[in-house]
Ligand binder design. Structure first.
Ligand code: ADP
Ligand code: MG
Length: 402
């Protein structure tokens, strides 16, 4: 990966467009519940300001599907950013329009302006329907910086098309660089033995990364609802557990792949099952009765996985191991999270819900790298790059000032 870096880019007296990912979680009262993504954008913002540039921040929030809806406003993110930076952050109530243009024209050196949610316009997610959207955004600035790793797997106007207007001036931000470095290292040269823990709900959304990582991993642990598709493939009775019948063939292929490549496979030995009113732990070899649903990995599984994980020199984890949103079924996810936090091997986590679990335990700083991208981190590990990275200028193209 040879992206143009901020360090090689002169920002003095420029207006720089910075695509950030402020798609942060909110509670029912409209308060931000996790500032990680905003905090992670600070190094890039501070660097550009220090160089004497001004910044126009671009982001999306949620899925308003091309319609202006106040509940998806980015205004709270402008306020949160101002608090973190200890300086004012201006806000434009629309990302297009005359008023916004005026705000941009009057932007002074070292000032910051955050534009309203890009996804209030359908052309953000569907650039081909209106190429003038990206063109107008491009007209606001002299340099384009992409620091939105979490959205870099999308070919959207602000993450892809916009970069094409800035030949030799489409730059990877510090967060983008940090994510690329950590994930590329894990993908291409993991410290061996390399162990992978995959949980969550859907085999179909993880199949790409699972298949790609079978080339490098020595052990695979499968938890969450995912495990029941594998148990179904192995003809265990899974009762009313969530599983994907149309993924059974895929699960069989992965099982074969593990055998062929000598990968140790750990499916749960025991599972916590619920019938809606009560819960108990059963050994999977006995099978799960009808009327009961697998909700978490059991204690025997947790104990065995800990014994095995300690042998790894690098570990990738994606996907909760049970329905951790319910405290009765959070033990597997929380115990493994706490255990991973106590290790000294390289430990990398990707995936929105897995990270939410780690945050609940306040353990984020105990890991080697916590990716700010869910889908983006999985796609990066699968393919080794993302559209929003590919479109950035290559370092060799650098001709600024020379
Ligand atoms: P991530 O966002 O980390 O990639 P996913 O989105 O794939 O994770 O999956 C998270 C969801 O999987 C959680 O909402 C969790 O409740 C659910 N889940 C985990 N285990 C089970 C299970 N045994 N049955 C049903 N849902 C489960
Ligand atoms: Mg998720």
């Amino acid at each position: 990966m040879n992206c143009l870096s901020l360090i090689n880019t002169p920002f003095k007296k420029t207006k720089t467009l910075v695509r950030v990912d402020y798609n942060v979680p909110f509670n029912a009262e409209g308060k931000i519940t996790d500032l990680t993504r905003i905090k992670e954008s600070l190094p890039t913002i501070n660097y550009i300001l220090k160089q004497g540039g001004s910044i126009i921040l671009l982001s999306h929030r949620g899925r308003p599907n091309g319609v202006k809806e106040e509940k998806y406003t980015l205004k709270p993110c402008a306020d949160a950013l101002a608090t973190l930076l200890h300086r004012p952050v201006l806000f434009a109530k629309d990302c297009l329009g005359e008023q916004t243009k005026k705000q941009i024209d009057s932007l002074q050196a070292e000032e910051i302006l955050l534009l309203e949610n890009l996804r209030f316009y359908p052309a953000e997610e569907h650039p081909n329907t209106d190429p003038s959207f990206a063109k107008t955004l491009a007209s606001y600035g002299d340099i384009y910086v992409n620091d939105a790793f979490g959205t870099a797997h999308r070919k959207h106007a602000s993450t892809f098309d916009l970069a094409t207007f800035f030949p030799k001036k489409a730059v990877a931000g510090f967060l983008m660089q940090k994510e690329i470095l950590a994930l590329a290292k894990l993908r291409n040269h993991p410290k061996l033995p390399f162990h992978v823990i995959i949980g969550g709900a859907k085999v179909s959304s993880k199949i790409g990364v699972l298949t790609a990582l079978t080339n490098t991993m020595q052990a695979l642990y499968i938890g969450g609802a995912m495990a029941f598709t594998f148990f179904a493939a192995l003809k265990y009775s899974i009762g009313d557990s969530l599983y994907e019948p149309d993924q059974i063939e895929t699960a069989k292929k992965i099982l074969e792949e593990c055998k062929k490549k000598n990968i140790s496979l750990f499916l749960p030995l025991d599972v916590v099952v619920s019938n809606g009113t009560t819960f108990k732990t059963v050994d999977i070899s006995e099978g799960i009765e009808k009327g009961w649903q697998g909700m978490d990995i059991g204690k025997k599984t947790i104990a065995l996985w800990k014994q095995e994980l300690i042998k790894a020199n690098s570990i990738f984890w994606n996907g909760p191991l049970g329905v951790f949103e319910n405290p009765s079924f959070a033990e597997g996810t929380f115990e493994i999270a706490k255990f991973l936090a106590s290790l000294s091997s390289e430990r990398i986590v990707g995936g929105g819900d897995s990270i939410a679990a780690i945050d609940q335990l306040h353990l984020a700083d105990k890991f080697t790298h916590i990716s700010t991208g869910g889908g983006a981190s999985l796609e990066f590990l699968e393919k080794g790059t993302l559209p929003g990275i590919e479109i950035l200028s290559k370092r060799n193209d650098l001709v600024f000032g020379s």
